[in-house]
Design a protein around this ligand. Sequence first.
Ligand SMILES: Nc1ncnc2c1ncn2[C@@H]1O[C@H](COP(=O)(O)OP(=O)(O)OP(=O)(O)O)[C@@H](O)[C@H]1O
Ligand SMILES: [Mg+2]
Length: 270
Amino acid sequence: MRRVIFNQKGGVGKSTITCNLAAISADKGLRTLVIDLDPQSNSSQYLLGRNAATFTPTIADYFDQVLQFTFNANTAKQFVHQTPFKNLFIIPASPSLEDSLTKLENRHKLYKLRCLLDKIGPFDNVFIDTPPSMNFFTQSALIATDTCLIPFDCDLFSRNAIYHLFRGVSDIRDHYNAKLRVEGVVVNQYQPSATIPKKLVDELLSEGLPIIPTFLTASIKVRESHDCALPLIHFARDHKLTIEFMRVFQTLQTNEITQPDAFRTVDFMS
Ligand SMILES: Nc1ncnc2c1ncn2[C@@H]1O[C@H](COP(=O)(O)OP(=O)(O)OP(=O)(O)O)[C@@H](O)[C@H]1O
Ligand SMILES: [Mg+2]
């Protein structure tokens, strides 16, 4: 299954969710790939540590080769790097991704990420981290995947913007990738004792959105695990948040998210 973690809002937990779900997937023995499409390279740093920049070639190099017509499909696997964690691989990002953005947009290379994914061989799960913007990279990811996960950070602005996100996904589905669907909304930084997060999540549920039933609580362990470049499953296996991540993963694997029939239709997202 290919999944993109997508939200135009910054800091909602895209990279954290990408890496932790991927690490759990790999820990379960599934061959798992992370693709970092954000020039900030946070997922690359989280999974590869402080010397992440030494892991080349990156996804930026792939797009450069595409622009220069030097990409050779027989060497596609060179962009995939083993992380320190068994079964977990990454195509890292680099800040230079930003430099090729306009050229890639102008030359309509939106299907090139999908082409690469089709050439690098089978993975049980692919998780794609995207930048906080609906730009070329995010669109390419939505075109290359089966489903999309939307992190929701329990904030009023995010709540107001969520239908805009669904419309963005709907546009991609209508024009480029007919099989694309929103798999679920991942509630992140949930504070059970605060009233606003509960109110906002209840509103989304009452509107029929496919909220993943396990909410990820806010914990300092996230920053500590970033600092050690160890996803939570390797940093604090028995921690409450790690168990929540494992439940979210389990829900995704078993496709247990309650989605009203209307949600899967074009009408809901248009
Ligand atoms: N469940 C959580 N508990 C506590 N802190 C969290 C949690 N999830 C994310 N954070 C913190 O929120 C910040 C943003 O997280 P992250 O970088 O994963 O978001 P992002 O959506 O990828 O950001 P960007 O849009 O900049 O790429 C980080 O400092 C991270 O430590
Ligand atoms: Mg990020």
